[in-house]
Unconditional design. Structure first.
Length: 116
């Protein structure tokens, strides 16, 4: 009968050790599982935000493509530049004619001032 209490104490000691190890393993499992779940939630949120940003960028690109379809082409700009050059030549011609008219007006003014 003397061995029974020692055996019970020994069994209780090993039971406590096994219980502690099982509790430690369960705690470690719960901690790792919660970290994995948190990472999975973060990844889902990141994927949702990326999808939203992609959809916004797709809309912006579509608007830019539409705007570019209505923009002037190189040929259109060349035609505008040609017309501007033609107008510049006409203005230069008018400027020369106005110089001639100014000279004539100055001569008429001088004649009128000298006669009176």
């Amino acid at each position: 009968m003397d061995q029974h209490p020692a055996d019970y104490a020994s069994l209780r000691f090993w039971f406590n050790i096994i219980q502690y190890l099982i509790t430690l393993a369960v705690s470690l499992y719960v901690w790792l599982n919660s970290r994995l779940n948190a990472k999975a939630r973060e990844l889902k949120e990141l994927a949702r935000r990326l999808d939203t940003a992609k959809n916004q960028m797709d809309g912006r690109i579509t608007r830019l493509e539409t705007d570019m379809a209505h923009a002037l082409s190189h040929e259109d700009l060349a035609a505008v530049y040609d017309r501007l050059n033609d107008m510049a030549e006409q203005v230069a011609g008018l400027s020369g004619k106005m110089d001639g008219v100014k000279g004539t007006v100055d001569m008429i003014q001088a004649h009128l001032l000298n006669d009176h």
